[in-house]
Design a protein around this ligand. Structure first.
Ligand code: ZN
Ligand code: MN
Length: 482
């Protein structure tokens, strides 16, 4: 089965980063507080209370809708979605049903074939977040659950895509692009736990559709879908059929598991929320002004800093990384643009990922200092990586981060140059120590020179410039001939 047979659609719930909840004045920033401390009669759903719509939440939702090229519907409506679950204190969720805030639109991703492609959206609607259940014990055999209503009433937007992604990787790219767009718009805090939750639909062409519910990490979406592709392909190979069902994703094990109760098309008995008037935004939506978005910034990076398209894509894929890059190359440092792009998008991103560090831990001034040393030829690329690692490790351990120049001196990493006798001595030593390789070189064997240069690099601990070393080695071999 080829991958063109995979069809993926996503439903993404994103918390909007407002100060207060969607229908009451309770603060949404409960991170440092205990459970059930950010609640009031409205978000606890006590009888006789009335919801009052948060204007900022609607403004944020419209920003998203416009940025994703949706049509904002002039008059939308809130409905009650009735169901019972312990995290839903009112026994109904205020959401939008047949008249959502926005329809259509798209998210542009780089498809698996390397071409930009538009993933169409069905709709975006606004709704309130339910509370959160804390299971004591594990999910299957928990003894009891606790409920925390701090989250109840946080504004959410639900973004529903058409089933147009063709691989788990494309689904991941869709989410990354969506996250970047939300961050650029200033409406979303991707670092807040549970700020993004995904339901993923997947089917192999001709088979039934399976829904994976409530995945809470970006990686989880790709892993859960990949697991499903394998599971479903195996069923088909064995002549079995894929059943239409809802499955849970078990983060710790990286697998999906059939949800015990098969969820049927529920009758939620939606009806218009009588306590809220229709939402009319016709003139308001025209006032919404958008900031620079990821695609525009990517194009600007290519034009303004001569970044390669790939580097520009990586750098602008996260708001913080894009800002970091521009801080590093600010003022009159245009000369280090291409060096900065490579070192941030490739080297720094990898080193941060390895240490599970965020880019905000790095001081752009210090990082720029490192690039200046590289640019001026004071250190080799290899030593540059060593200096960077020392800086990051110091940061990670909470120690004072040394200036790159200080680290170069302390670890004696300054580049050895041709007029430095040490380099020539190392070349001569390697020639003496490796008569076999020297013989091979003279016999015209490929690779012998690389081996000798490599040995010298080792001896000089990466402080020598490889090109220069190569020239010196060839000269020394010529001199010692006869
Ligand atoms: Zn409240
Ligand atoms: Mn929803």
């Amino acid at each position: 089965m080829i991958d063109a047979d995979i069809i993926v659609g996503l439903e993404v719930h994103c918390q909007l980063d407002t100060k207060s909840k969607l229908f009451c004045g309770c603060s949404t920033d409960y991170r440092d507080d205990g459970p059930n401390t950010h609640v009031c009669p409205v978000c606890l759903g006590l009888p006789g209370t009335m919801p009052a719509l948060n204007r900022r939440a609607i403004e944020y939702a419209m920003r998203v809708a416009k940025a994703l090229n949706c049509t904002v519907i002039p008059e939308s409506e809130f409905s009650r979605k009735n169901y019972f679950y312990p995290d839903l204190d009112k026994a109904y969720q205020i959401t939008q049903y047949d008249k959502p805030l926005a329809e259509g639109g798209y998210v542009e991703i780089e498809g698996d074939d390397g071409k930009e492609r538009k993933i169409q959206l069905t709709r975006i609607h606004v709704e309130e977040d339910p509370g959160r259940l804390v299971h004591m014990g594990n999910a299957e055999r928990g003894r009891y659950s606790l409920v925390d209503y701090n989250r109840a009433g946080i504004p959410l937007i639900e973004i529903v895509s058409e089933p147009e992604m063709r691989s788990p990787k494309e689904a991941r790219k869709f989410l990354n692009k969506l996250r970047a767009t939300l961050e650029y718009l200033g409406v979303f805090d991707s670092e807040k736990e549970g700020s993004l939750r995904v339901d993923a639909n997947i089917s192999l062409r001709g088979s039934e559709r399976v829904e994976i519910k409530n995945i809470t990490s970006y990686k989880g979406v790709e892993k859960g879908l990949t697991f499903e592709v394998t599971r479903q392909k195996n069923l088909i190979r064995r002549g079995l059929t894929v059943e239409r069902e809802t499955r849970h994703y078990l983060e710790a094990r990286g697998i999906t598991q059939s949800a015990r109760s098969k969820e049927m098309e529920n009758d939620y008995r939606y009806f218009p929320e009588p306590d809220l008037r229709p939402l009319r935004v016709q003139s308001w939506v025209k006032e919404i002004v958008l900031p620079e978005l990821p695609n525009a910034r990517r194009e600007r990076f290519v034009a303004q800093y001569s970044c390669s398209l790939n580097h520009a894509r990586t750098l602008t894929g996260e708001l913080k990384m894009a800002n970091f890059f521009e801080a590093v190359v600010a003022d009159d440092r245009k000369g280090i643009c291409s060096l900065a792009a490579t070192w941030i998008a490739d080297t720094l991103a990898g080193e941060l990922n390895y240490r599970d560090m965020g880019i905000d831990a790095v001081d752009p001034q210090r990082f720029c200092g490192l690039l200046v040393l590289l640019k001026g030829g004071t250190i080799t690329d290899k030593s540059g990586i060593e200096v960077l690692r020392v800086m990051l490790d110091e940061q990670l351990k909470g120690e004072t981060v040394e200036a790159p120049e200080t680290i170069v001196v302390r670890l004696n990493l300054a580049k050895t140059t041709g007029d430095d006798g040490a380099l020539l001595a190392a070349v001569k030593e390697v020639i003496t120590e490796n008569p076999k390789a020297v013989e091979d070189y003279r016999a015209g064997k490929n690779g012998a020179l690389n081996f000798l240069v490599g040995q010298t690099m080792k001896k000089t601990r990466g402080r020598a410039d490889p090109g220069e070393l190569n020239r010196m080695m060839v000269a020394a071999l010529r001199d010692t001939e006869q």
